[in-house]
Design a protein around this ligand. Sequence first.
Ligand SMILES: [Ca+2]
Ligand SMILES: [Ca+2]
Length: 135
Amino acid sequence: MLQADGDIVETDGVSPLAFTVTDGDSYYVVVKHRNHLAVMTDTTYPINQGALIDFTNPTTGTFGTGSQAIQNGIMMLYSADANGDGSVNAADRAITWNDRNQSGYLLSDVNLSGSVNAGDRSLTWNGRNKFTQVP
Ligand SMILES: [Ca+2]
Ligand SMILES: [Ca+2]
């Protein structure tokens, strides 16, 4: 579960994320979100106890070019993928328009405010032509 502060934890909201891995192996790490564009490390990392991969750090290499947004020097996932298909385009904008004035846990709530309104629609427009580069 991706928390508002960027931490990723187990679905209980507090436990550190645990993986079953083969000791000594290294892995690419991918972060996917229901209505944001996924990002992946550009190299493998050994996954051991206490491993930390900080995708907010601009020096953490990610696969592809321009795969993350940056704000005030902090890297973040691009939002606005209202249909979760890995790209932001007119279809996402149409979904946010059709869901306007609704509240709840909706894919079209691309700014995660709890409701769908002009702010979500603007994000889909401003994010148009972006797509995930995760293979
Ligand atoms: Ca989309
Ligand atoms: Ca919203």
